[in-house]
Design a protein. Structure first.
Lengths: 295, 455, 271
């Protein structure tokens, strides 16, 4: 590859704009990550001090263990339950909120209110809702004749319960991002479509969705990444159980690093999770971004 | 002159070496700073007590700070037990640990393996501090090879809570709670109520899937949890959950849940407590530390009774309860002056008056027995007579390897693993024997790994 | 009012109640006694609303100081993030240079690193430079944001290319174009990044717990943890804490909505 003076100069300009971020990322993300990768090749004492070289032992142990595979399945299920539903729900509500109506701000605030709630606090409220004896959820179901499940006791419903909580927690962000996307769509485009006879669902699929596709794509990437790193709600609701049904990768990293103090092993899992998420994002950019319509 | 100095130095070194804790050495006082080291003016204490217990703790600190003018203790809340230990671990690695820390019961072996602790025994031996008045069950839990590594601070145990009104309701004697597995199961069957559509409105018994409760059940069954004397004679290499006693515990639990008279609140201890408060379960087992909260919450709704922790029908003589809670460690990485100051505070915290106040503010046991003679303690026992069950239970427990509790470096994992084991049995994913064997195999591999990493 | 409008309102009311239900419930529970919460069937409204739980919150933790700390730190992070992210997003959206794609992925990759992987080394860094128990220790590590950069890049890409061409012809410098055109046109997105940065900082728990040792430097989420008792969970008290901590952020959200509306008008003018 040949570098002209112009190439060098434009790279210099680009880097100048990126420099503040790059310096911070280097100090607080990349260098620490390097240390983690290094640590993953060693055995450590409970205090984190390195004892012996382990090479790829941790990786081999992980990739061949059943518990890692259950963790992968739980992670995948969790992402599948959470991301599409969360975005679809966000879009429907954002369209509903993108109307010029008196008092619309009140509704916008109420529906996006979950953005203001920390995962720890939100999960705590849902813990109470799912509670079989004090919880309102099963009680309300019982009023309409349905015997509610023991949400956090059964593996199948536990992952759904965690997913519901997560969808709720991310709904506020999804609505805000999509609303700001919808508001960027010029009114004339809708006018023109209306003149062409587009209405209702057709308007939604032909005009609205393509026009907000940058926001949708953005959420698709960011929500996926966020879900794969979701920790707090699992910690509060299920602690990875029952029988590992919700022990997603990031949770097992937490347990191994901060409860079991196996830093080398935890680091290896962190590296694997990083590689997985990275691969997934590359795929999203390679294949999904093509569908995105930039103005 | 130089020669003389050299000789003195050599003598000092020899003296120190002899006084040190060699193999078989019984006096560990040399590990503590010399008696004449002046205590530091300020020390920091990390703790995990929030709410009412946090207030009670701050009261002790304020009392200490105003009782003398040399040392000021600064108490800092560092999240719950798990958070605190995670933070401590990070701090140890960058040399930022405080002089004094409160660590939960199951962190004992971990703390020992960090080699960052000045054993409490060193101070006790140095000052000939009298511990004969200490509650044996409590102090034995924190002894490793006859040396106290830390000072017990907040101690509790597990008891049976039951709803006396529900007992009367179904014709059971409200003053005679069930004790054995069969008695608990029989009472639970009677206490279970269904509505017209067949939905259970009240379960007889609702223990949470909590590893600590399984540890207690093993102890009342007189079954060791791990080898090498529960990890107390030597480092444990195996867990022994898949004994006949271990299987009996799971069979009993499973039969109750399958039979519809045991309620399964999952791993959520608060959920189990909520169910008991809301009369969705008529009995359950939990820490004595919850007693006061229950009494306040259910006041006016029903009367709470307390009974002995469940045990096998044979009521093995060697069986009994293990205490739980947390203890105080003095950290080696701090200057000797700080260690000295920390010890001064620990001694203050162990005085009968402070202990009695602590009991009455929190509901934890006093560590020193004479505390019961103090006013606040007497008032407490009058107000909450149910507490006597708890203290008698611990007093009556024989002191042996089983009732002193297991010491494992991987205790947090062991707890996670037993919970998963119980879940898989209750959900019908595995038979009791298969679940026990699988859990033991997993855990032994973990222990092996830990022992190799922490030689 | 047309049928259509009425249907819209009906949907909005139902949707809002469902979405906000957990929060409304938290408010309701914060006004109940522990004994009332523990009854079955579960009550929705307090029989005799009382503020005792709020009193206990004030008595248990210095909530005012915690709120102040959270605000200072969160605002600092917002300012930092808006600066670093708009510069970076601008480079990714408008400038052409070799390795741009690669650098963009480098940015995105920071989102994918589990926090557990970096938190311990970061603690050591902060300790080494003496930033334990300081606002800068709480804020600086979060002043760069891949999320914000990504979001702003998406917004910047929506700005019509003709504006860029016109600016080049007018001889405006690249930096001037950013200040005079790109930023004013992207106010909704900047608002979103700001709100998001504020909230995610405000809602942190583990990092503030790790690097602060003085009560005076603690933040709100640590305060909530202090209300969760190790032995008995008092729902009413926890919910009172939740309400107090969430109120400022909810208020911010109301203001944030207006910012989004103003941003829309600015966007409409450009068309």
């Amino acid at each position: 590859m040949h570098w002209t003076a112009r190439d060098v100069r434009s790279l210099g300009v680009g880097l100048a704009y990126l420099a503040p971020s790059l310096v911070l990322f280097a100090a607080f993300v990349f260098i620490p990550l390097g240390q983690t990768v290094y640590l993953s090749l060693f055995n450590t004492r409970a205090t984190g001090a390195i004892t012996t070289f382990a090479g790829v032992d941790h990786y081999v142990e992980l990739l061949t263990s059943d518990i890692f595979h259950t963790g992968l399945v739980a992670t995948a299920l969790f992402a599948i339950y959470t991301v599409p539903v969360g975005i679809a729900l966000g879009l429907v509500l954002a369209v509903l909120l993108n109307q010029r109506l008196r008092g619309i701000n009140v509704f916008r605030t109420m529906m996006s209110s979950t953005i203001a709630i920390s995962a720890a606090v939100g999960a705590l409220i849902w813990l109470l809702l799912f509670n079989p004896s004090l919880g309102l959820l099963d009680y309300m179901l019982s009023l309409i004749g349905i015997q509610g499940p023991a949400w956090l006791i059964q593996p199948t419903t536990a992952i759904i319960a965690v997913s519901i909580t997560t969808i709720w927690l991310t709904l506020g962000t999804n609505i805000i991002v999509l609303l700001s996307g919808l508001q960027g769509v010029p009114e004339e485009i809708y006018e023109a479509a209306r003149l062409d006879g587009a209405r209702g669902l057709r308007m939604f699929t032909r005009i609205t969705v393509p026009m907000v596709s940058p926001s949708l794509f953005f959420l698709f990437v960011v929500d996926t990444v966020a879900v794969l790193q979701a920790f707090t709600q699992i910690h509060v609701l299920t602690r990875g159980g029952p029988v590992d049904a919700t022990r997603v990768l990031v949770y097992s990293i937490y347990q191994d690093a901060f409860q079991n103090f196996q830093f080398g092993f935890a680091s290896a899992q962190a590296v694997i999770l990083f590689v997985l998420v990275m691969g997934l994002t590359l795929i999203q950019f390679r294949f999904v971004e093509r569908l995105v319509h930039y103005q | 002159m130089r020669k003389f100095l050299g000789l003195t130095l050599a003598l000092t070194v020899v003296a120190a070496a002899c006084g040190g804790l060699g193999p078989g050495g019984s006096d560990s006082s040399a590990l503590a700073p010399a008696k004449d080291v002046a205590p530091a003016a300020t020390i920091t204490w990390w703790h995990a007590m929030s709410g009412v217990n946090g207030d009670a703790l701050n009261k002790i600190v304020a009392g200490f700070n105003s009782s003398q003018s040399k040392i000021k203790v600064e108490a800092i809340f560092q999240g719950n037990y798990d958070d605190l230990l995670a933070k401590l671990n990070t701090a140890i690695a960058s040399n930022a640990a405080p002089a004094l820390v409160q660590v939960y019961d199951i962190g004992q072996r971990y703390m020992y393996d960090t080699a960052q602790v000045v054993p409490m025994q060193a101070f006790i031996d140095r000052d000939k501090f009298n511990t004969s008045d200490f509650e044996p069950a409590v102090i034995n839990y924190y002894k490793y090879q006859d040396k106290l590594q830390s000072m017990p601070f907040n101690a509790s145990s597990a008891i049976l809570y039951y709803n006396k009104d529900a007992f009367k309701d179904v014709g059971l004697d409200p003053n005679k709670p069930p004790v054995t597995f069969t008695e608990v199961a029989d009472a639970a069957k009677k206490l279970t109520k269904k509505d017209a559509s067949g939905v259970t409105t009240r379960f007889g018994f609702g223990p949470s899937i909590y590893g600590w409760l399984f540890e207690q059940l093993m102890a009342t069954s007189a079954a060791p949890y791990a080898d090498n004397g529960n990890g107390r004679d030597d480092r444990a290499t195996k867990v022994l959950w898949n004994s006949a006693q271990g299987k009996a515990i799971l069979d009993w639990w499973k039969a109750g849940v399958d039979g519809g008279y045991f309620y399964n609140p999952g791993i959520d201890n608060d959920g189990a407590a909520n169910a008991f408060n809301a009369q969705k379960s008529a009995m359950y087992i939990e820490s004595t530390a919850r007693l006061r909260g229950h009494i306040t919450t259910v006041a006016g709704k029903f009367e709470i009774g307390t009974g002995l922790y469940p045990r096998p029908d044979s009521k093995p003589k060697e069986g009994g309860n293990i205490i739980g809670g947390a203890s105080l460690y003095i950290m080696k990485s701090r200057p000797q002056a700080e260690q000295q100051a920390a010890w001064e505070f620990v001694k203050y915290a162990m005085t009968p008056a402070v202990q009695a106040q602590w009991q009455s503010d929190t509901g934890y046991y006093p560590i020193v027995k004479t505390a019961y003679d103090q006013g606040p303690s007497k008032e407490w026992s009058t107000k909450y007579p149910q507490f006597l069950t708890a203290i008698n239970e611990i007093r009556d427990s024989p002191q042996n390897r089983m009732t002193n509790g297991a010491v494992l470096g991987v205790m947090p994992q062991a707890r996670q693993r037993t919970q998963k084991m119980i879940e898989s049995v209750l959900l019908g994913q595995a038979t009791t024997q298969a679940a026990l064997d699988a859990a033991v195999a997993d855990m032994n591999a973990q222990i092996d790994k830990y022992n190799k990493a922490n030689p | 009012m047309s049928v259509r409008t009425m249907a819209s309102y009906a949907l909005l009311v139902v949707g809002s109640i469902i979405v906000a239900f957990p929060l409304l419930l938290a408010l309701s529970y914060s006004l109940m006694t522990e004994s009332e919460i523990a009854t079955f069937p579960p009550p929705v409204f307090p029989a005799r609303p009382n503020l005792d739980n709020y009193g206990t919150v004030f008595a248990t933790i210095p909530i005012g100081r915690y709120l102040l700390n959270s605000f200072v730190v969160s605002l600092a992070v917002v300012v930092g993030q808006l600066l670093t992210a708009s510069l970076a997003a601008y480079a990714f959206a408008f400038l052409v240079f070799r390795g741009r794609q690669l650098l963009f992925f480098l940015f995105l990759s920071t989102l994918m690193i589990p926090w557990e992987a970096t938190i311990i080394p970061n603690y050591m860094t902060i300790r080494t430079i003496g930033w334990l128990d300081t606002y800068q220790g709480l804020a600086v590590p979060f002043m760069a944001t891949a999320f914000g950069t990504f979001l702003l890049r998406q917004a910047f890409l929506q700005i019509p290319g003709e504006l860029w061409d016109a600016a080049r012809i007018d001889g405006a410098s690249t930096f001037r174009f950013l200040i005079s055109t790109v930023i004013p046109l992207s106010r909704p997105a900047l608002g979103t990044v700001g709100i998001y940065g504020f909230l995610s900082t405000y809602n942190q728990y583990f990092w503030p717990l790790l690097i602060t040792n003085q009560t005076l430097m603690r933040t709100t989420q640590v305060g909530i943890a202090q209300l969760r008792f190790e032995e008995t969970l008092r729902w009413g008290l926890v919910m009172a804490g939740v309400v107090m901590v969430a109120l400022p952020t909810l208020a911010l959200l109301v203001l944030g909505q207006r910012q989004l509306i103003r941003g829309l008008t600015a966007g409409a003018v450009k068309g």
